[in-house]
Design a protein around this ligand. Structure first.
Ligand code: NAP
Length: 230
């Protein structure tokens, strides 16, 4: 299958790309930083497409669609994975961040995905898949701050989209990771068993493309054994 990974240059998106390539899929990776994308493309296999793209830009979904048409990459799967994280100093607060910070996080974590899904839904074939990466901050009620608000909204969006996409035989899934050991966190530690590995998410994402075409995982949450780290 041809699968687009929004935010595929590092972290969970890159781990998903590795697993999907192992299963024989073609991937198109997006991210804002071109150098990171090029390095990831080199590390993965020839045939991996990349497109530098900031999905918060209003014309980003159209640009991506045009690129897929030019490259004859007819998408059958769309993984909505990119996210903006809050300022660590005020990450748990819903009083300290300015309203503009809330708007900016909603723009990146909700509106961008809304825009991409509605642009690509008519392009996906029957039994295509949209996989949305949420967070356990979107299912627990406390300490999520403005990031948690955005992931709660994203969860509601995922459920609504699944219902509406049924008429086109498109499956919509939501995966909620708990704290995950990405490159950013690895700079501080070599190993941290209070966090998930990115490969855990890579496997869960790729597994959905191994299911029968009519099967859809509606929602799946995964945490380290010790639970959320906040
Ligand atoms: N890591 C965790 O502990 C954790 C826990 C729960 C949920 N999650 C969720 O898992 C998903 C992936 O997180 P991660 O930790 O793997 O993140 P990450 O390591 O920071 O990677 C994020 C990816 O998205 C891209 N990206 C970010 N903003 C973008 C934008 N505006 N336009 C286009 N691409 C953009 C990044 O590339 P550029 O920066 O170059 O654009 C990168 O490829 C997110 O939805 C996150 O909320 C993560």
């Amino acid at each position: 299958m041809n699968i687009i990974i929004i935010g595929g240059s590092r972290g969970i998106g890159k781990a998903a790309a590795k697993e999907l390539i192992r299963d024989g899929h073609r991937v198109l990776l997006t991210g804002r930083d071109e150098t990171t994308l090029i390095n990831t493309q080199k590390e993965l296999q020839a045939g991996t497409l990349i497109l530098p793209l900031d999905v918060t830009q209003p014309d980003s979904a159209e640009k991506l669609l045009e690129f897929t048409k030019r490259e004859n990459f007819l998408a059958e799967g769309l993984i909505l994975n990119a996210a903006k994280f809050p300022d660590q100093k005020t990450a748990r607060s819903v009083i300290q961040p300015e309203p503009e910070e809330l708007l900016s996080i909603l723009d990146a974590n909700l509106v961008s995905h809304y825009r991409l899904a509605r642009t690509f839904l008519p392009q996906l074939p029957q039994y295509g898949r949209i996989i949305i990466i949420g967070s356990t901050a979107g299912i627990r009620s406390d300490k999520g701050g403005i990031y948690g608000i955005s992931k709660w909204a994203l969860r509601s969006y995922a459920y609504n989209l699944r219902e509406e996409a049924k008429q086109y035989n498109i499956g919509v899934s939501l995966i909620n990771p708990g704290g995950t050991f990405t490159e950013t966190r690895k700079k501080e530690h070599d190993e941290d068993t209070s966090l998930l590995e990115t490969s855990d998410l890579g496997v869960l994402i790729a597994t959905q493309f191994r299911l029968s075409k009519q099967a859809v995982i509606e929602e799946l949450s995964i945490r380290p054994i010790t639970g959320d780290s906040y």
